[in-house]
Design a protein around this ligand. Structure first.
Ligand SMILES: [Zn+2]
Length: 262
């Protein structure tokens, strides 16, 4: 992921300043043939390049519309792919014309002519990585990721087709996308710490004793000392006790550090 930040502070949505508790992510695509981030994100930060008509979304009502999303994915001036965060992730966006605005983080993938597989694969990968990043940040899973057209079917968004007019052209769908996000989440999940074996020894283990035996498992009643005596572990009690191992039924109790496997 190549994530940058340029908050659209001049947008009326930002100025409204409402916040949400993110419960999902809604993926959009722009519906216009212009893969350049500078069309939507500005002013130029040195990476974006300069917007030709200065019609980016960092203004009160871009193209006369009340719209704003939390991020964009598209091309930088040098042609590479990047993500831009354009609103605080927990700010209420104006992206889907429905109640999804109250619950979903949103981003637009800048569309090109919808025939370039290399561009598609690059932004698809970037989008999956952004979703995994946001899922981790807000305790969401891949199941919480939908696109605008799915939002419409769920009754929380206006009737738009994005992104399902595009993804299937390259053999992808929102299901493959969610699977990809899930894979990224699984790969980055902390590996479970291996639990230590409950005991280094088991009953019936043959061990070699070097040291004293005790009358009880708490270490009371120190008895004889042995050197290299081969014994059998016949009982094991609470390992927090000083001498949790009983040898040869009645020989005595010993601490872990006085025996080794025979
Ligand atoms: Zn949309």
């Amino acid at each position: 992921m190549n994530l940058h930040k340029l908050i659209l502070t001049n947008n009326a949505c930002y100025k409204a300043g409402r916040t949400i508790t993110p419960r999902g992510i809604m993926v959009h695509s722009t519906g216009a043939n212009n893969p350049n981030l500078k069309r939507y994100v500005g002013p130029d930060d040195g990476l974006l390049g300069k917007s030709q008509y200065n019609n980016h979304w960092n203004q009160n009502t871009p193209d006369g519309r009340q719209v704003c999303v939390h991020g964009f994915i598209g091309r930088l001036a040098d042609g590479s792919i990047a993500s831009y965060q354009t609103l605080p992730w927990n700010m209420r966006g104006w992206h889907c014309g429905g109640s999804g605005n109250d619950t979903h983080i949103s981003f637009e993938i800048c569309e090109d002519g919808l025939t370039d597989a290399a561009y598609f694969n690059a932004v698809y990968k970037e989008a999956a990585e952004l979703c995994a990043y946001l899922c981790k940040q807000y305790g969401l899973t891949e199941k919480d990721v939908i696109c605008h057209s799915e939002g419409y079917k769920l009754g929380i968004a206006s009737n738009h087709g994005d992104v399902m007019h595009w993804f299937p052209r390259f053999g992808k769908s929102m299901d493959t996308f969610r699977a990809e996000v899930g894979k990224l989440l699984a790969a980055s999940a902390p590996t479970p710490v291996s639990t230590p074996a409950p005991s280094d020894f088991a009953v019936d283990d043959r061990v070699v004793l070097n040291g004293a035996v005790y009358a009880d498992s708490y270490g009371g009643g120190k008895g004889r000392s042995f050197q290299n005596r081969t014994c059998t572990v016949t009982r094991i009690v609470d390992l927090k006790r000083k001498c949790p191992y009983l040898l040869d039924n009645g020989l005595g109790w010993v601490p872990k550090n006085s025996i080794r496997k025979a």
